[in-house]
Design a protein around this ligand. Sequence first.
Ligand SMILES: [Zn+2]
Length: 231
Amino acid sequence: MTPKTIYRDPGSGAIEFAKSFIRGLTEESALLVIKHLVAGTLHDKNDKRIKTCVYCNYFFRDQTRPGNAKACSSECKVGFDTLNRAKRRAEEALLKPKKKGRREEYYLSWFEYPFWLNEYEMIKQSWKQEAPYSPEKLAQIAAAKERQKLIGGKQKPKRCVPYKGDEKDSGKVFIHFPKHNYRKPSNIVVSNMSREEIDNYFCSRYSMEHLRLERQRAMNLATAKRYKGKE
Ligand SMILES: [Zn+2]
């Protein structure tokens, strides 16, 4: 019994080959030609360059110089390699199943309320996951994770501010500190900005990336404070 041929979406090489037969034909007659083409009765059997694609299974003309192509196109080759890799992995997994650790065996972590199947294993294992950290440490860990997500393993980029501290042209800067009389309460000036105004102000001043980072920082701080409050 011959195994049934599986046809996939034809790759570009197979399409190119079919096109060379149906150029200038009407749709109906082209369909007929393609039928014969797929059956393999149309092309020269002795032409070594005409092959069946290993992936999409249609005929194609091998255009490579050494003439050793097995797939009609690069996308079919990728598909074929992917398929083979998956097969090999499945076989490997079947022959050599990955050894389960005790935790995988006894801890049902995928439930909404994960639990242990065995109390002894629970006591032996869970302390590793439940080791207490100080809130500062937790905030640090969260920040480090966030940093890792943002910039990966890369080093923090250095910001260069062009300032030497001795520029004479820029003119002197005078800073006037207001004089305070702490015994008298000063006038309180309340200025209100609406939410939209604040948003507009920040958006005009900072980049989206900067704002996102600041938001994240504020959230980390809030988390740390919440932990501190619980102590
Ligand atoms: Zn193909």
